[in-house]
Design a protein around this ligand. Structure first.
Ligand code: UD1
Ligand code: UDP
Length: 388
């Protein structure tokens, strides 16, 4: 029997680790799967735990209003080291690029416990963009013993940094596993406001924003572009589930409160959120996860950032990097609202990030690493469809 401790702390980590936890639980005779959450996020984490019916064995409950990076790091590191010492797992699994990810990898290293890094190898090569995620992911990768790279490009990034190929598994991204299990035809929202929207006659712009490097002037300029879009296009409606970060909320209030056809709503639970994405016209976001989900649903994405560690969908043509300048954001969105050919060329479902079987591959790779299986799993290969 091998013991695996899965650690996460924020909404996106939870969404992407949930299918993996469920898959690990399918091997009760071989694997004792334990879950520890830092709760770097609280409400936004809890809704995902509830949806996927995951009851953590440990909950550090570290979130504080307006928390600092050092504060998160210290509280997560201290709490996780204690848990890892007590549990003595054979492997700690961490996900992605948050401060929880980095702290969990470091805590495992201090306890000399092996680390597996899920969603490994994404890079912008700019340590301040995304901040602090680029370095969090890199540092977790330096510590990790096993790397689950979602794509071939992520694998190449790791190899370029000297990681041995046999320590890397190309798996696809578990976000697609979660997505495919959650999007449904004829989904009915529990939120009345969302049911009332006429998705046939209106063009819904789904907006999210939360990146630390966008706080302040960049966010204000993005929001002014949204204001102008609503003013110019009478058939546009903005739905913006606003992140819980008070700094984001303040900027949103200043620029967008009270405008007609702008719905500022609480963060949505994952299920209504992805089903809303399926009905929207266009996604404007600085999120990482949305850049992976929206292409799978055939929704064009304008990325409100100067860099992306997820260039695969940009290359495939469904994601465009537009930055945060008001004019750029406005122009890119206005073009997709008024030029059907431009829209059609971006609204093509592509799935460079996975095929819904990433968790299965990762669990097989974990079993291989722990000596429970002698076979390396077959890797994920994205075969791009020919574009017209
Ligand atoms: C964090 C991650 C970021 C990830 C994002 C996903 C770090 C440094 N940042 O950023 O990589 O992309 O999560 O959303 O790891 N808050 C609540 N309730 C919640 C969640 C957040 O009130 O459920 C508020 C709190 O005031 C908190 C603040 O949001 O202090 C910021 O949370 P934090 O985790 O520090 O940063 P995020 O921007 O959410
Ligand atoms: N998401 C959600 N509700 C929302 C907004 C986003 O469930 O109101 C989901 C979304 O589907 C994606 C994830 O949260 O899977 C993205 O999280 P976020 O943008 O906070 O973080 P990032 O991906 O940038 O790290």
């Amino acid at each position: 029997m091998k013991k695996i401790l899965v650690v996460f702390g924020t909404r996106p980590e939870a969404i992407k680790m949930a299918p993996l936890v469920q898959e690990l639980q399918k091997y009760p005779d071989e694997i004792d799967c334990r879950v520890a959450v830092t709760a770097q996020h609280r409400e936004m984490l809890d809704q995902v735990l509830q949806l996927f019916q995951i009851r953590p064995h440990y909950d550090l409950n570290i979130m504080q209003a307006g928390q600092t990076l050092s504060g998160i790091t210290v509280r997560a590191l201290t709490g996780l080291e204690e848990i890892i010492r007590a549990e003595k797992p054979d492997l700690v699994l961490v996900h992605g690029d948050t401060t929880t990810t980095f702290a969990a990898a470091l805590a495992a290293y201090y306890c000399q416990v092996a680390v597996g890094h899920v969603e490994a190898g994404l890079r912008t090569h700019n340590k301040y963009s995304p901040f602090p995620e680029e370095l969090n992911r890199h540092l977790a990768g330096v510590i990790a013993d096993w790397h689950y790279a979602p794509t071939a490009l992520a694998c190449r990034n790791l190899q370029a940094e000297g990681v041995a190929r046999e320590k890397i598994f190309i798996t696809g991204n578990t976000v697609i596993d979660a997505l495919l299990a959650t999007v449904r035809q004829n989904y009915v929202f529990a939120e009345d406001d969302l049911n009332k929207i006429n998705y046939q006659s209106r063009k819904i712009l789904l907006v999210t924003a939360h990146r630390r490097e966008n706080l302040g002037p960049p966010m204000h300029s993005i929001f002014r572009a949204l204001r102008a879009l609503v003013r110019e296009f009478a058939d546009v409606e903005v739905v913006f589930p606003v992140h819980k970060n008070p700094a984001v909320r303040q900027a949103v209030q200043q620029e967008l409160a009270g405008l007609p056809r702008v719905h500022l709503i609480e963060p949505l639970d994952y299920e209504p959120f992805v089903n809303l994405m399926q009905r929207c016209y266009l996604v404007l976001t600085d999120s990482g996860g949305l850049q992976e989900e929206a292409p799978a649903l055939g929704k064009p994405v304008l990325v409100l950032r100067d860099t992306t560690e997820r260039p695969e969908a940009v290359q495939a043509g469904t994601v465009q990097l537009v930055g945060t300048a008001e004019r750029q954001v406005y122009r890119a969105a206005a073009r997709l609202l008024s030029d059907p050919a431009a829209y059609r060329s971006m609204a093509e479902a592509v799935n460079p990030y996975g095929d819904g079987r990433a968790s299965r591959r990762i669990v097989q790779a974990v079993r291989y690493a722990l000596g429970l299986s002698g076979e390396r799993p077959t890797e994920f290969a994205f075969l791009p469809l020919a574009r017209p």
